[in-house]
Structures are given as C-alpha cells and as structure tokens.
Ligand binder design. Sequence first.
Ligand SMILES: Nc1ncnc2c1ncn2[C@@H]1O[C@H](COP(=O)(O)OP(=O)(O)OP(=O)(O)O)[C@@H](O)[C@H]1O
Ligand SMILES: [Mg+2]
Length: 133
Amino acid sequence: MDSKSCVRIMKEWDIVAARQMGREIAKNLGFGTVDQARITTAISELARNIYLYAEEGRIYFEAVESLELKGIRVTAEDTGPGIKDLSLVMEDGYSTSGGLGAGLPGVRRLMDEFDIESEVGKGTKIVTVKWVR
Ligand SMILES: Nc1ncnc2c1ncn2[C@@H]1O[C@H](COP(=O)(O)OP(=O)(O)OP(=O)(O)O)[C@@H](O)[C@H]1O
Ligand SMILES: [Mg+2]
C-alpha cells in the first residue's frame, strides 16, 4: 500500500472517495466483505464528522502488522474546533447537531482499536485499527 493513501475531506463528495479508497485497501489486505462493510461504515462516520464539524481534514490509511496479525489503520485528523469533553461525545446519543449521536460510539464498536485525542481550538485526531481475522 502506498504510504500516501490519504483523502482530504472538504466537500460532501469526499466522504464517498474516502469510503471507496478504504474499501479497496481493506479488500487488498484480505478483509472479508462483512469487515469491509464495517470499515467503510466507520470511515463514513469519521469523514462525515470532519465535514460537519471541522470543515476540513483528512482520512488516511496504513497497513499495519503486529506479530501474526495484519490490519488496517484508519486515521481521521482535522484542524477544526476540537472537542471539549471526550467522554461525553463517546456516549451513545450525544449530539450537538441534532444527529443520532451514534457516529463515534459506532466507530468504536466497528473497529478493534480506537483512540481519540482532541484539543479545543486546535483539532481532533482519531486513530482506529481493524485486524484481519
Ligand atoms: N471532528 C470533530 N470535530 C469537532 N467535534 C466533533 C467532531 N466529531 C464529532 N464531534 C462532536 O461529537 C458529537 C458526537 O459525534 P457523533 O458522530 O457520535 O454524533 P453526531 O455526528 O452528532 O450524530 P450521528 O453521527 O449519529 O449522525 C458531535 O455532535 C459533535 O459535537
Ligand atoms: Mg457523526
């Protein structure tokens, strides 16, 4: 995989591009169709949040290996307003936009690893990993 597998998220259409790139990479890494769907759903949620709340950011993809495992790392990074209370946004049903508030908790469930860092006024970085099984 190219280390520059990256999609900039600025317009709504970029969400589709990120999904497509993620699906292609996941497929090439050996993920089955069900896991491909989980990964693309997670990518959609992350990209949609960038589009809605941060206006601009990027999603990038890396192949990762650890012992016998291989997987995909999906990172969403933006320079938006940041998130003040991380534990609050990780609760099911919390939304500041009248959404379902299911996006981030959903991403955490769909992926095997999930890490979020955010600084108010600076931006947000979410790193997720899914392992091929
Ligand atoms: N990249 C981001 N930058 C700033 N705030 C964010 C970002 N992503 C999420 N948030 C904040 O976290 C809240 C929860 O996000 P989450 O994706 O779980 O739900 P939602 O987007 O409100 O609704 P849903 O995704 O279910 O349509 C958002 O309402 C928003 O306030
Ligand atoms: Mg959302």
